[in-house]
Design a binder for this molecule. Structure first.
Ligand code: 13P
Length: 249
C-alpha cells in the first residue's frame, strides 16, 4: 500500500557536470525499478541541468523552500521556482537546517504549508540529537517536531506528505540506528499520525529512515514493517552505491 521511496539528498555537493552524469545514471536505475519511487534533491543550481536527463521516473526535489511565492527573501527559493524546475517534492526541516541554521518547528511548519499550497510534496525531517536520546527524550522530541511541524495541516491524500526520521547522531557519522531503534521510532510516529489524521491517511503516509544508510545496511532497514524508504546522503553521491540502495532486497 505504501510505495517504497528511496531519496538521495545531495546537500552541497557535486559540480554541474558531475550532477548531470549522476542524475542520468540514477534515472536509468529508476526506470528499471518500477515498483519503487526514486527521488534526488540536487543543489538548486543543478536542478535545470539535472532535469534534462531525469526522464519520467526520477523525481526531483528541492532541499528547502520558502513559505512565500515571491518577495524580498534574499537567499530563499520559492515553491513556484521549484515547480518551474520540475520539482515534485521538497525536503523541509532537515537536521542541518535545524541545527546549523537554527530553523525551528514554527518556521519549518510555514515552509511545509507553503510547499503544500503550491502542490509540492514535503518530506518533513525529524530526529533527536545524541544528548536527547541519552536523556530519554527521543519520543518527546519527535512528538513535538511532528505536532508543531504539521500544525494546521489537513490531509485528504496520504501521498501528499512524507516524514523522514533521521536521528541527528546517525547523519554522516557512519552510525546507523539499530533496526529495532529505527522501527520503534517509526511505530511511534505512525501512532502519532493516527492521532492527528484519519486512520487510513495515517496508515498511508510514508515514513523514511535516514542516517548513514548504505548498501550494507539498506536491506535490513527496509525489511522493517514501518520503514517505507530511505533518505540517503553520502551513499547517494555515487551511482554505484545509490544504485545498490535503490535495488534493496
Ligand atoms: P548520510 O546518509 O550521509 O548520513 O546523510 C543522511 C541525511 O542527512 C540525508 O538527508
Amino acid at each position: 500500500m505504501r510505495t517504497p521511496l528511496i531519496a538521495g539528498n545531495w546537500k552541497m555537493h557535486l559540480s554541474l557536470a558531475e550532477a548531470r552524469a549522476l542524475a542520468a545514471a540514477v534515472a536509468g536505475v529508476a526506470a528499471a525499478c518500477p515498483d519503487r519511487e526514486v527521488m534526488i534533491a540536487p543543489p538548486y543550481t543543478a536542478l535545470a541541468a539535472v532535469r534534462e536527463v531525469a526522464g519520467e521516473r526520477l523525481i526531483l526535489a528541492g532541499q528547502n523552500v520558502c513559505w512565500e511565492e515571491k518577495g524580498a527573501f534574499t537567499g530563499e527559493i520559492s515553491p513556484l521556482m521549484l515547480r518551474e524546475l520540475g520539482c515534485r517534492m521538497v525536503i523541509v526541516g532537515h537536521s542541518e537546517r535545524r541545527h546549523i541554521f537554527h530553523e525551528d518547528n514554527r518556521m519549518i511548519n510555514r515552509r511545509l504549508r507553503g510547499a503544500l499550497r503550491q502542490g509540492l510534496i514535503p518530506i518533513l525531517c525529524i530526529g533527536e540529537t545524541l544528548a536527547e536520546r541519552d536523556s530519554a527524550k527521543t519520543m518527546e522530541v519527535l512528538d513535538q517536531q511532528v505536532r508543531e511541524g504539521l500544525d494546521q495541516v489537513s490531509l485528504s491524500d496520504p501521498a501528499r506528505l512524507v516524514i523522514a526520521y533521521e536521528p541527528v547522531w546517525a547523519i554522516g557519522t557512519g552510525k546507523t540506528a539499530g533496526t529495532d531503534q529505527a522501527q520503534e521510532a517509526h511505530v511511534f510516529v505512525r501512532r502519532l499520525l493516527a492521532a492527528l489524521y484519519e486512520k487510513n491517511i495515517a496508515a498511508g503516509i510514508r515514513i523514511l529512515y535516514g542516517g548513514s544508510v548504505n548498501p550494507a545496511n539498506v536491506d535490513e532497514l527496509m525489511a522493517q514493517a514501518d520503514i517505507d524508504g530511505a533518505l540517503v546522503g553520502g551513499a547517494s553521491l555515487s551511482a554505484e552505491s545509490f544504485e545498490r540502495v535503490i535495488r534493496f532486497a
